[in-house]
Design a protein around this ligand. Structure first.
Ligand code: ADP
Ligand code: MG
Length: 610
């Protein structure tokens, strides 16, 4: 075959494939054009899932008569003129490809009147060829009607999903724009039936209620902009709503992200949202979230993908960290406030969450809670859990019963699914490892790593239920730090106090230690404070762990039973019962394994039995 240049019509159809993948892509492009034209009212109508007809009408500024036909040319745009313009883009469109592409694969009728002109224009383009162009009377604004989508590209037509699926995609698309532009009125009709409407009242919450429904919305937490983690990072503002942990879904498709008013797909940011819930969501579940991420235009490159659905960030880690921080703080700060609850009255919070909280509270508070229940009142004391737990843990040195009691028992935490098979303790090796038998072989458990994991999950759950970390108060302890460390500590007093460390600066690098997390009650407080200074110095790791997480891990590491400590069978059994119900029982919070499994087959093989 000789090499030839493709006819313009074929080239246009090929290029159109990138922009117009399905009816929803047409809706997206037309709605973006309406928004770019400063419309305050946008109406979307479809027939047969958009394949027969899509009509988008707006009251924006319209197109001057002289420009109308040119709008259909390839790379025709009024939005940028130089490549530099891309660095401070304020419009959704800029590629000048949409009208051209849509017209190449359908029959388009565009009626428009520019706000400054008295007569309107109507142009009809079929398969890329202009069929009609005439003046017409029309209200200011633009109406684009797209009929018979893909009529001349049968291959594409075949790839369309059912009408219902295409309709649903269009609905999601319109809802997304309605959320991103709450000051604009949107209405969507499928086959003449109104399926969605927003009132342009101006608040994301007004639209979100209509998108997720009032029942789900009740469980959404507001995500508020957080001050940047470090002053040298780009200003990334994250605003929106995220679900309380009880409202979760099987996949990330309910996480909707907008960057500077654009809906984007970004697996890493969706992961940041899920990650922010850490151990609060059951394994494999995802939250519902709608987040508006705003950052200086020069920090994002939107010209990565023909449909502009993906963007590239100049500092992806900073964006990741900002999203995670904002969501995490919403989840922790606004988790149901501890309150006195009358027995028999339904709680205002989701049952899952409440159950979890209560089982956690009960776990550490068995006796006091029972007493309160006699009165018909249940006092959800903030911090009570840790306090109780540790007091018992301290007695445990002498008394295994107490130690066992300090560990919330499996059956008392029914909302915690078992993550390991039931293990039977056989003994201890080297005062460091527990030997246990399970249904399918032998297990060796690192007692320190396992206890660290257990404490960490308890500590994080406590944090998430918004109980300020339980504190063990002290009177006369002071700690002296090098000046650089002291200023770091002063800077993070609030984070530290959330975690249970209450420090009073005395000047000259000296602090009075007013309280430490109860988990550390039997450790040297000055030592404990010095240990966390290391974590403050190394800072948060964007995309990996927040400072709080790091310090929490440190606290748990310090508090966990050490290698070299001889344990009784009862103690070991209690430890393992706890580990069996950890969300991530296989590693300690620092990622080291907590257990080694040797299967029955492996054993048989080693002994030459197979
Ligand atoms: P882009 O949006 O990337 O500029 P399009 O092909 O989508 O490219 O549109 C081409 C041009 O047509 C736009 O730049 C704009 O000037 C004009 N246009 C399209 N739709 C509208 C509309 N609804 N209202 C006003 N002008 C419009
Ligand atoms: Mg456009």
């Amino acid at each position: 075959m000789t090499i030839r240049i493709l006819p313009e019509s074929v080239a246009a159809q090929i290029a159109a494939g990138e922009v117009v993948e399905r009816p929803a892509s047409v809706v997206k492009e037309l709605v973006e054009n309406a928004l770019d034209a400063a419309a305050s009212d946008i109406r979307v109508e479809t027939e047969a899932g958009g394949q027969q007809l899509i009509r988008v009408s707006d009251d924006g500024h319209g197109i001057p008569a002289a420009d109308v036909e040119r709008a259909f040319a390839r790379h025709a745009t009024s939005k940028i003129s130089t490549i530099e313009d891309l660095t401070h883009l304020s419009t959704l469109g800029f590629r000048g490809e949409a009208l051209h592409s849509i017209a190449a694969v359908s029959r388009v009728t565009l009626t428009t009147r520019h706000a400054g002109e008295s007569a309107g224009t109507q142009v009809r383009v079929e398969g890329g060829t202009v069929r009609a162009h005439r003046p017409t009377g029309a209200p200011a604004g633009t109406v684009v009607t797209v009929e018979d989508l893909f009529y001349n590209t049968p291959a594409r037509l075949k790839f369309l999903k059912t009408t219902t699926t295409e309709r649903r995609r269009i609905t999601t698309m319109v809802m997304n724009y309605a959320m991103a532009y709450p000051a604009v009125r949107f209405a969507l009709y499928h086959d003449g039936r109104e399926v969605f409407r927003s009132y342009g009242a101006g608040g994301l919450s007004d639209v979100l209620v209509k998108v997720v429904g009032p029942e789900t919305f009740r469980h959404m937490l507001e995500v508020q902009p957080q001050p940047p983690a470090r002053p040298d990072l780009p200003a990334v503002e994250v605003y929106g709503y995220t679900s309380s942990p009880s409202q979760n879904r099987a996949n990330r498709s309910h996480i909707t992200l907008f960057v500077n008013g654009r809906v984007i797909q970004d697996a890493s940011l969706a992961y940041a949202v899920t990650q922010a819930y850490h151990t609060l969501l059951p394994k494999g579940r995802c939250p519902i979230a709608v987040l508006m991420i705003t950052l200086p235009p020069e920090e994002v490159d939107v010209n990565v993908h023909p449909t502009k659905a993906e963007v590239r960030f100049r500092s992806p880690d900073a964006v990741f960290a900002a999203v995670q921080r904002a969501v995490r703080s919403a989840v922790i700060d606004q988790a149901p406030v501890p309150s006195v609850r009358l027995q028999g009255f339904s709680s205002t919070h989701a049952p899952g969450w409440q159950d979890r909280r209560e089982s956690l509270l009960r776990a550490g508070q068995r006796r006091p809670a029972a007493r309160q229940q006699d009165l018909g009142l249940e006092l959800e004391t903030p911090g009570g859990y840790g306090q109780q737990g540790t007091e018992r843990r301290r007695e445990s040195v002498a008394d295994d019963e107490a130690f066992v009691a300090s560990l919330p028992e499996g059956p008392e935490r029914p909302s915690q699914p078992r993550t390991l098979p039931m293990l039977r303790v056989l003994g201890q090796i080297g005062a460091s490892y527990i030997v246990a038998e399970g249904p399918v072989g032998l297990y060796l458990i690192d007692q320190h790593a396992a206890h660290e994991r257990i404490l960490y999950e308890q500590f994080m759950a406590e944090q998430a239920s918004r109980q300020p970390a339980a504190q063990h108060t002290l009177d006369t302890v002071t700690v002296e730090l090098p000046l650089s460390a002291a200023s770091l500590v002063e800077e993070h007093l609030d984070v530290l106090s959330r975690l249970g460390f209450v420090l009073e600066p005395f000047g000259g690098g000296t602090f009075r230690v007013r309280a430490v997390p109860t988990l550390l009650a039997d450790r040297d407080p000055a030592e404990a404070v010095r240990a966390i200074v290391d974590d403050l110095e190394s800072g948060a790791e964007p995309g990996q762990a927040t400072l709080e997480e790091k310090i929490s891990r440190r606290v748990c590491k310090t508090a966990a039973i050490k290698a070299g400590q001889v344990l009784s069978v009862t103690e070991m059994q209690a430890l393992i019962r706890q580990l069996e119900r950890c969300q991530s029982p296989h590693t300690c919070p620092h990622g080291r394994p907590t257990l080694i499994h040797i299967s029955a087959e492996q054993l048989a093989k080693e002994f030459g039995r197979t």
